[in-house]
Write a protein that binds this ligand. Sequence first.
Ligand code: GUN
Ligand code: ZN
Length: 430
Amino acid sequence: MPHPTLLTGRVLRTLDDPFIAAPETALRIETDWGVVLQDGRIADIGPAATLRANWPQVTEIAYGRDLICPGFVDAHVHYPQTAIIASWGKRLIDWLNSYTFPEEMRLADPAYADAIATRYLDLTATHGTTTVCSFCTVHPGSVDAIMQAAQARGQRIVAGKTCMDRNAPEGLQDTAQSAYDDSKALLEAWHGVDRLSYAITPRFSPTSTPDQMAALGALWAEHPDCLMQTHLSEQVDEIAWVRSLYPQARDYLDTYEQHGLLGPNGLYGHAIHLEPREQDRLREVGAALVHCPTSNTFIGSGLFDMAGLMAQGHRIGLATDTGGGSSFSMLRTMAAAYEIGQLRGTPLHAAQLIWLATEGSARALRLDTHIGRLDRGMEADLTVLDLASTPAIAQRAERAESDWDDLFATIMMGDDRAVRATWINGRATG
Ligand code: GUN
Ligand code: ZN
């Protein structure tokens, strides 16, 4: 048996869903607690004194007042857009054409794809993110690059080849047949290998022909345990474009449903401007929505209705949407979700925000039996937060009236400097 490690400090426990139960009882922050890691899993959790008594052989790493959390789970990203994050002044379709597509072309070079995949996983680890669900580019090598980089780190990730056979530069297009063939080969190569999962990935309805949508729907029907990730109703102009491209469809969601691309393992990014029928249908089939708040403000998309959709019973994850999103940080992403809630008159509690970035996103990815919560038997992915990481946060923390108040200041003002340590698969990174 490998030697166990005991991390002690304040510990975030997840006991219930803070959108159903009262937030402060659903999650708890315990002082002088600890987590025992062994063989890539959480072997024990409890008061530090009890753990020291029960695990006499452990090596203890004492984090004091720092908060030991589940590793952050980023449920919708585009790792190929790492180098063009924070590009100025465009809305969705112009942003894709001006910045995104030219950069994605560069990943045709496998050496460049490897370099960006490594850079991306280094950056996200320093920001406390331990699992991502990523779009790749049209190039199969871009999937190999991120899967190999994650595998070498023992990291749990989900990724898929982005499929497009129209309305994109020629160098970024596949066909209905090659999208099916390449996706199938990649799925067979990577899905379920170590901690890796494959997601079938049509970019969005405007860049796929009905034939390609149907081919990917057929592939999903052959592998229903895979996730299927795409975009839905992000901007008003985009929705009008979809309507003109699919005149037979009842609405945007119907363009997916008509081609076998709506199901319980579907992940629909953005989902801001939904019709009532679309909301009902998504909930009926048990599909997941992914809220990408820094992206929605940065590209000017709109205000996602977190409180309303949660009250209806939707499964919702939280995501940066790097590089349409303007940050690699899930702390910054939680802050943006709070701000969007404020603009809608429904502010989220700190416990709801950190739950969305951990268990909520893990549920969206159907990975919540593996990650997202600190419990015995769960995989050992953890993020340790310094809740006084800058002078500005430290002076606010001095006035904190509760642990939640303390955490909220770091959610609103924190960045990678607040991440004391990131543990992936039971090992400290960096
Ligand atoms: N819709 C289709 N592709 C993209 C993308 O790369 N980023 C965002 N934010 N929206 C999209
Ligand atoms: Zn996206």
